[in-house]
Design a protein around this ligand. Sequence first.
Ligand code: 2AM
Length: 488
Amino acid sequence: MSKSDFGLYGLAVMGQNLVLNVESRGFQVSVYNRTTSVTDDFIAAHPGKKLVGAHTVEDFVQSLARPRKIHIMVKSTAVKDTDRDAVDAVIEQLIPLLDEDDIIIDGGNSFYQATERRDAYLATKGLRFIGAGVSGGEEGARKGPSIMPGGPASTWEVMKPIFESIAAKVDGEPCVIHIGPGGAGHYVKMIHNGIEYGDMQLICEAYNIFKHAGFTTDEMAAIFNEWNDGELQSYLIQITGKALEQIDPETGHSVVELIVDKAGQKGTGQWTLLNAAENAVVISTINAAVEARILSSKKKERVLASKELRGPAPTGALTMGDGITPWPKEILVQKVHDALYASKIISYAQGLDLIKTMSGKKNWDLDLGRIAAIWRGGCIIRARFLNFITDAYRSNPGLGNLMLDPYFKNILNGNQQSWREVVSLAMLNGIPVPAFSASLGYYDSYRAERLPANLLQAQRDFFGAHTYERVDKPEGEFFHTDWPEVIG
Ligand code: 2AM
C-alpha cells in the first residue's frame, strides 16, 4: 500500500468530516483514534475510499509519506499556557515516532498561548507545528471550512496545497491564508468566535424587540428571510429565519419558543474578553454578548427577580415615547434593521481593533483585509458585508478604526438616528438590549470630542494627587491643584 498524504488523529465528528473532505480532494488519508472500534467503524462505513485505518500510533505514523502531516483533532481543554491537555498527550505520543521536519497540525480550538508553547517546544525537537483554527462546524469540516493556520511561513508552504483544496471557496478564492507565526492562527480563531458571539446576541436582541412588539413567529421568520436578501445577508441571519420557521411535530408549536432561554458557552468568548482587558482594547459589544449568555444561564434568579423588580407598566404593544402610540410595524422593522447593522459594524470594528493591537504587540503583521476575506465562506460568521471590510483595508491598509472607512462611516451616519430610537424604545419598554446599547455607547464615546474624563482626572488628582493636563497648556505638562480637605 502506498504511503498516505495526510494523517488525522482523533475521529470525533469534526475529525471524520475533515478526513472525508481531504479524501474527496484526491488525497490518501490515514486515520487513528484512541478507541480502536471508532476507527474500524469509520473505515467500514466508507468502503472504496482512499483511507487507511491504523490500530496503533506506530502503524499510523509509518503509513504516512514524509514529511509527515499529522492533523490532530482531539478535545483541547487548556485555558492557560501552563495547562496540559489531550493535545499535549497526543504530541508526546507522536514525538518519539516522528522524523525531522515532520509536521503536526493542531486543528482544535486551542488557546493561542498553549499553541505558542507547543510551537516552541516542538521546534526544540526538530519538528514543525501549525496551530490552525478551523471554523464551520461539522458541515464546514465536510464541505469546506474557513481555516486559520498559524506557524512558520515555510511550514505553511508545505501545507498550502492540502489546506487550499479543502477550504471553502468564495469567488474562486480559498478561505484560508497563512495568518501569521506561532499562535496567530488560533488567536484569530478566538476573536472570530468573539465576533460570532456579538453577531448572535445582536440578532437575538432584534428578535426580542419584535416579540415584545407582538409579531408572530411566522412574521419574524419572514423578516429574517427578507433581511437575508439584503445588506445583512449572512449565515446567522439565514439560520435564524429557518429556525423560526421550525415547528415541533409533537406539539405543533414553534421549536424556538419551546427552547429554554438559558445559553451555553464553551469559553472562547470569555478568552476574548480577558485578552481585550489585558490589551486595554474596548470590545463592549462582544463583552455584552458574553455577559448576556451568563445572565441568561441564571434562569432561576431571573424568574425570582421578575416577580420582585419592577419594569415599565405593560401596554401590550411596543409604544413610542408617549407610552400610547404603537410603532407601525414596517417602520419598526426598518429601524431595527438599521440598528442591527450599525451595531454589527461596531462589533467588527472592536474585534478588528483587538486583532490589530495584538498583531502590533506580537509583531505578527496580520492582514485584517485578508483575514476578513477568509471569513466570507465556510465559517459561522460568513456574510456579504465582509467584502466591504476587505475593500476597506485594501484601499487603506493603515486604516485606524473600521468606523472611519468611507463605506462604514456612511452606513453609521445614515443609521444612527434609527439606532437611537430603537435603543430608547427598548429601554422605555424594559426590553434588555445590552449589545445594541453597548454598541451605541461605544459609537457616541468614540465620536465625542470632549468626554467627562476632565472631571475624572479632577477626582483622581483630588484623592491621589495623580495630576492632570490642561486644555490651555501644552500637552505633556502636568498640574496639581491643592484641593480642599474633606472630613468625614
Ligand atoms: P476517543 O474516541 O478514544 O475518546 C474527541 O474527544 C476526540 O478526542 C475523540 O476522538 C477522542 O478519542 C479523542 N481524545 C480525547 N482525549 C484524548 C487523549 N488523551 N488521547 C487521545 N485521544 C483523545
